[in-house]
Design a protein around this ligand. Structure first.
Ligand SMILES: Cc1cc2nc3c(=O)[nH]c(=O)nc-3n(C[C@H](O)[C@H](O)[C@H](O)COP(=O)(O)OP(=O)(O)OC[C@H]3O[C@@H](n4cnc5c(N)ncnc54)[C@H](O)[C@@H]3O)c2cc1C
Length: 342
């Protein structure tokens, strides 16, 4: 009898909804290998959507929502997307303006969203909107909206510097009516579910950064062994080999930080700060490795002859996803100064 294929899209989904659940530590190992060996962050992005498009439903959804939206994703037949960012706000998630007004037994949603990765291919969107403008971040709720709902459209798909195959997708919600049962959890708990999702998916994203840094380092090492200048291979020049040694150290350090975050998660402990620390270091080493990948290849590194030019473009954009390095430092300093009561 043929063995059933393992479906990576079900890694975040409980078994009762046809998922193939794995620990977060398992998932970060898998994601790093996909990025390092597949060398295409777009595969990672699809795996990210398997978490981004489901985690709020797994955490806060009711039984009906779970039965309806999770199995098709676990089977690899559908993807979902996650829509928080807006044209007017990215880092400051509490500043969103998209509005969900209670009308009768449902909601009418109006507003714009940006950077909703994978929206045009998704069967549903996990969308954040303001239900009570007087309550600040406690007035934000989260909804699951099938993308064929009238009033929902993908307005524009803007090409990016890297991560080709992915675009900055802008959404328009115009008098988009949804029934009350599309609310996830309770009104006002949207950011709670959003930030909980991001704690998990930021950890897996960080594993992707580490994988891409490895791909850059491997390409640089291979080239430095083959290319000779002034009668010696490049790897014998410490001006090049020492920065590569620094990158090798930081890749291992970032991986250990990220494993710690995943391990805390699997033990049911909070890991927002640990994930932020891992993401700061992983972003830095990914960008350094991408830069050195090109540097070692010299002028040829800037041509399509070598994959390092693509790694460079991919790394440049990828580091902003799910909270920029500065926002990660904000999380770390908030913890530091809170702890030491400065
Ligand atoms: C590849 C990719 C995929 C993405 N996918 C999604 C998705 O699926 N869904 C979604 O909702 N969003 C998505 N995003 C959006 C992403 O979450 C935002 O880009 C990110 O949160 C930053 O927001 P911004 O781009 O608006 O930058 P801004 O918030 O405008 O910040 C601009 C710059 O200023 C810095 N900055 C901002 N505030 C401060 C401060 N107080 N102190 C110091 N520096 C500051 C930032 O670090 C950044 O460098 C994606 C982004 C990328 C690049």
């Amino acid at each position: 009898m043929a063995e059933e294929p393992y479906r990576y899209t079900g890694m975040h989904i409980p078994g009762e909804y046809e998922g193939h659940p794995r620990s977060l530590l398992d998932i970060v190992v898998i994601i790093e290998e996909v990025a390092a060996r597949g060398k295409s962050p777009i595969c990672n992005l699809l795996l990210e959507l398997a978490g981004l498009g489901t985690a709020a439903i797994v955490d806060g959804g009711n039984e009906e929502q779970k039965k309806k939206y999770l199995p098709p994703i676990a089977r690899g037949e559908a993807i979902g997307c996650f829509s928080l960012t807006e044209p007017g706000t990215g880092s400051d998630a509490s500043g969103i303006k998209c509005r969900a007004e209670r009308v009768g037994d449902g909601y009418v949603i109006n507003g714009r969203k940006r950077y909703t990765s994978g929206a045009h291919e998704s069967s549903h969107v996990i969308l954040f909107a303001v239900t009570d403008p007087n309550k600040g971040s406690s007035g934000i709720s989260v909804f699951v909206i099938p993308t064929d709902t009238p009033g929902f459209s993908v307005l524009e798909r803007v090409k990016c510097i890297g991560l080709r195959g992915h675009q900055d997708e802008e959404l328009l919600l115009k008098d988009c009516r949804i029934p009350r049962e599309n609310l996830i959890g309770e009104e006002g708990r949207g950011l709670h579910y959003g930030l909980k999702t991001l704690d998990e998916t930021r950890t897996t994203l960080t594993a992707g950064f580490i994988g891409l840094a490895r791909a850059c380092l491997e390409a640089a090492v291979e080239y430095a062994k083959k290319r000779t200048t002034f009668g010696k291979p490049l790897f014998q020049r410490q001006a090049l080999s020492f920065p590569l040694a620094d990158i090798a150290v930081e890749i291992d350090a970032a991986r250990l930080l990220n494993y710690k975050a995943a391990w805390l998660h699997d033990g049911g402990m909070k890991h927002t700060v640990e994930t932020a620390k891992a993401k700061v270091l992983a972003s830095k080493v990914m960008l350094d490795a991408a830069n050195m990948g090109v540097e070692v290849h010299g002028g040829f590194g800037c041509t399509e002859r070598h994959p390092v030019e693509r790694y460079y473009r991919d790394a440049r954009i990828w580091s902003f996803a799910q909270g920029t390095p500065q926002m990660m430092k904000f999380i770390i300093t908030r913890d530091l100064f809170g702890k030491y009561k400065m």
